[in-house]
Ligand binder design. Structure first.
Ligand code: SF4
Length: 324
């Protein structure tokens, strides 16, 4: 019973000998009421995976998949209008920078009302009331007054909460939040994360959280998908991350989380550059940076394989990871 199902996704740019594939064979599933985190460094393909799932890929990107469904509707065989009808009103998207997502020349409430009027067929007055209600729901103080503010009159945290409110204007089954707290202060980050968790707990809204911050993802997600160089390298329950992560890349990301204890000396956990999608090394793309690399890693790409305890893992260190 998935709200989002994507199988064997490939995303590529360019054509012919200039074609570069940046997302390889990614299968992603978000169950109803589930919070799934997709984590990895910049260039890991996490944002393009989320954009492909929500039909928001930039022009020039090509998507191929063996299955793609949202809320029970097949999107693979649908045209652009069919996909918009299936996703509109049921999908909320929160981007990293709310200032560039909101139109600075229009009042916040008016922008929120668009969704209600278009997808909910509400009148102008009803849509205005909806906007006040959703701003209240995301804890904007005095929403009756603030609904008429322009985006520049909101703080960064308020703008991000307004973006979440926009996603709530219809009846979202899924909120996709792409680095929703990166541009915010630490205290405001916690506020936005709490809000997403409350929406999930109180209304059962599923969340796909894309982030480079594995600590943040571990805190609010049920399940975590780790990506490197356009591939999923590990998938596991968030509760097992701290002690049960097996992939060397996942463990390196966890080791890179700063320790607040000043007496703990931190060693660099990840050395070297993220793999270039247009020039991936042979074998496992992580091998030039992997402290546990051995001969087979340089020749063969480990396939993502289900483990006995229901996880997914792509690493030659673990039996059952056949090469591709
Ligand atoms: Fe490291 Fe080899 Fe596993 Fe890749 S396959 S993560 S190089 S041990």
């Amino acid at each position: 019973d998935a709200v989002l199902e994507l199988r064997d996704l490939q995303v590529s740019f360019g054509a012919g000998k200039h074609e570069v594939t940046v997302v390889h064979d990614v299968s992603l599933r978000v169950g109803r009421g589930e919070i799934v985190g997709v984590v990895g460094e910049s260039g890991s393909g996490k944002t393009l995976t989320a954009m492909a799932a929500t039909d928001l890929l930039p022009s020039g990107a090509r998507r191929a998949a063996s299955a793609w469904a949202f809320d029970g509707t097949d999107l693979l065989g649908a045209d652009r209008n069919g996909r918009a009808a299936a996703l509109g009103g049921k999908l909320g998207v929160v981007f990293q920078d709310p200032m560039s997502s909101l139109n600075p020349a229009r009042r916040v409430g008016s922008q929120l009302s668009d969704t209600s009027r278009f997808w909910g067929k509400r009148t102008r007055a009803q849509a205005h009331d909806d906007a006040v209600d959703r701003l209240r729901r995301v804890r904007i103080a005095a929403p009756e007054r603030r609904v008429d503010d322009y985006p520049h009159e909101f703080s960064g945290g308020m703008r991000q909460r307004a973006m979440i409110a926009m996603g709530l204007m219809a009846t979202p089954q899924l909120i996709v939040a792409d680095e929703p707290t990166t541009a915010l202060d630490v205290t405001v980050q916690a506020d936005v994360m709490t809000l997403l968790r409350e929406l999930n707990e109180e209304q059962g809204t599923a969340v796909l959280l894309v982030s480079h911050n594995i600590a943040l993802v571990a805190e609010i997600c049920h399940r975590v998908v780790v990506m490197y160089a356009g591939r999923i390298v590990e998938e596991l329950p968030a509760a097992d991350l701290a002690t049960g992560a097996r992939h060397p890349y996942t463990r390196a990301l966890l080791s890179a989380v700063p320790n607040p204890d000043p007496d703990v000396r931190m060693e660099p956990a990840l050395v070297g550059e993220v793999a270039d999608p247009g020039n991936l090394p042979p074998g496992c793309a992580f091998h030039p940076r992997c402290p546990e690399c051995f001969a087979a890693c340089r020749d063969r790409t480990p396939a993502l394989t289900s483990t006995d305890d229901g996880r997914q893992l792509a690493c030659h260190l673990f039996p059952g990871s056949p090469a591709t």
